[in-house]
Design a protein around this ligand. Structure first.
Ligand code: CO
Length: 290
């Protein structure tokens, strides 16, 4: 097995989005800072309601998928299709904006901790104009696997071989719409614990350490993944992670790259400028989410 090496670290930077929600952005913090097909990763984490209370009022998306994963706190999603979902700790919302969606994501609390992630996952050109779909995935539907060498992994999307067993997440590859074949894991390791798993060669992969840090790569050649940074992995058919002295909690993402041009304008991600202009015109004329 060729173990993937850590080839690039993308530090997260503080920014704000929506109506002023404070967050840290790693992927997507600069133009072109993508891991094809992953476009953006935001971490929001605050105990101060001033940092999140304004939420994300109604806004559009076209051309990709947004995946929200809550760790703490409560958010309500509402969209133009009449979908409404309350996200609580451990819940996931997988929204395929495709042709267009207009939605809001608003906190359902005025105090306490709000913590979670939003990931943007690109769609191939032939799926960018499909009808939008949306699904809520309750925490209870996400398999939690106790690992043989210590630690735990939650499988949110894709199918992975852990300690010889194949574990499928609630969002899985058999769904035709997921042509990027995404794998989304949340892995928790105590200090010094070692996690390894096979991955599909040719798929892009990155990690995001949201608690602690880790050493990533083959024993003796591992490199450090710092706290609150994304680590981009080389190609290979295996991943090996050794938790740092404080342990580590990290997101592990992998998917089939699209290798298509990316033209992004705010919440619209298409392949050409003309398609962006069309998205703006459609939004202006009320056709985006028609
Ligand atoms: Co949104």
């Amino acid at each position: 097995m060729s173990i993937r090496t850590l080839v690039h670290v993308i530090e997260s930077v503080p920014t704000s989005d929506g109506a002023g929600v404070k967050l840290r952005r790693s992927l997507g913090s600069q133009r072109g800072l993508h891991v094809d097909p992953f476009l953006m990763l935001d971490e929001f984490y605050s105990d101060n309601p001033d940092d999140y209370i304004a939420g994300f009022p109604a806004h559009p998306h076209r051309g990709f998928e947004t995946v929200t994963y809550m760790l703490d706190g409560r958010m309500r999603h509402e969209d133009h299709m009449g979908n409404r979902g309350d996200l609580g700790p451990g819940d996931v919302q997988w929204m395929t904006a495709a042709h267009g969606i207009i939605h809001s994501e608003m906190p359902q609390q005025s105090a306490g901790r709000m913590r979670g992630f939003q990931l943007w996952l690109n769609l191939p050109s032939h799926e960018k104009m499909k009808p939008a779909t949306y699904r809520d995935i309750p925490a209870a539907a996400i398999p939690r696997v106790a690992l043989k060498h210590g630690g735990e992994a939650k499988v949110i999307a894709g199918t992975v071989e852990l300690d010889g067993n194949f574990i499928g997440g609630p969002v899985n590859n058999s769904e035709a719409r997921l042509s990027t074949d995404p794998l989304y894991l949340d892995v928790h390791l105590s200090a010094g614990e070692i996690f390894s798993m096979p991955t599909t060669a040719g798929h892009s992969a990155f990690l995001y350490a949201y608690e602690g840090s880790a050493q990533v790569g083959a024993a003796g050649a591992a490199k450090r993944l710092p706290h609150r940074a994304a680590g981009v992995l080389s190609d290979g058919d295996g991943i090996r992670i050794e938790a740092g002295p404080e342990g580590v909690s990290l997101l592990l993402l992998a998917a089939r790259p699209l290798r298509e041009p990316v033209v992004q304008y705010g919440p619209f991600v298409m392949n050409t400028r003309e398609e962006i202009e069309q998205a703006l015109a459609d939004y202006r004329d009320g056709r985006l989410a028609a």
